[in-house]
Design a protein around this ligand. Structure first.
Ligand SMILES: [Zn+2]
Length: 232
């Protein structure tokens, strides 16, 4: 084991499993980590995940701006964090199976338009490094995802465009490989960076571009070629 479990404080929530209170994940394996933003505080989330008024929602973890990590649901149980699928953009989605069965949910204190504080980044990195290792996940854009990939209609801004995807992927990848200068782990990263640097497109690497399946490499390359000619 390279990654160590970061310090985690157990809070707990009665809102796990289907039907509620059911332990375990049936035969489903965890295949992805879903990142969320609380649109609120850690303290408020502690209360919300224990309040019937929430409608029975939860996540496995919540991370405060100061780096504090709270846990609400055991890793072997299903947290109720991303169960509604609306216009998804995630190729690993299993048809007609609630994604909560095969994902881990992490909430982050704050709002979608805010910059993540350093302490919070370090905690989410440590937590996700550890989860990647214990669930034996490859680090890529389909195993570390945003809630918006599962529900792009209502949760399109979860966790929002300021979530530090690039740094998170770089750090996770470099920890996994032992190299510090591994590029952002996506086949289109260099091409996208060119377009962003040229001021043609913004938002990279948020939900404006996701996944391997939306376009072929050829389609993307020829689009970039056309855009670059236009901008020169
Ligand atoms: Zn969310």
């Amino acid at each position: 084991m390279r990654a160590e479990r970061p310090p985690v404080e157990w809070i707990g929530s009665p809102f796990y499993g289907y039907p509620r209170g059911t332990k375990g994940r049936k035969d489903y394996k965890v295949i992805a980590i879903v990142n969320h933003i609380m649109a609120g505080t850690l303290e408020g989330t502690d209360a919300w995940f224990n309040d019937e008024k929430s409608g029975g929602v939860s996540a496995h973890f919540g991370i405060g701006k100061d780096g504090t990590i709270h846990q609400y649901v055991s890793l072997g149980d299903v947290a109720r964090h991303a169960g509604i699928v609306r216009e998804p953009n995630w190729p690993l989605l299993i048809a007609d199976v609630n994604p909560n069965w095969y994902t881990i949910g992490i909430e982050h204190e704050g709002y979608p338009d805010e910059q993540m504080p350093e302490a919070q980044f370090q905690s989410t990195l440590a937590l996700q490094s550890w989860l990647v290792e214990i669930f034996n996940l490859e680090v890529n854009q389909n195993t570390i995802i945003s809630h918006s990939r599962i529900d792009s209609v209502v949760k399109g801004n979860c966790p929002g465009s300021n979530f530090p995807w690039e740094r998170l992927f770089q750090s996770l990848t470099s920890q996994a490989t032992g190299f510090s200068d591994v590029p952002f782990d996506h086949w289109a990263a260099a091409a996208l960076k060119r377009v962003v640097d040229a001021g043609i497109m913004s938002g990279y690497p948020d939900k404006t571009f996701q996944g391997d399946n939306a376009v072929t490499r050829y389609e993307l390359a020829s689009t970039i070629d056309r855009l670059m000619k236009k901008s020169n």
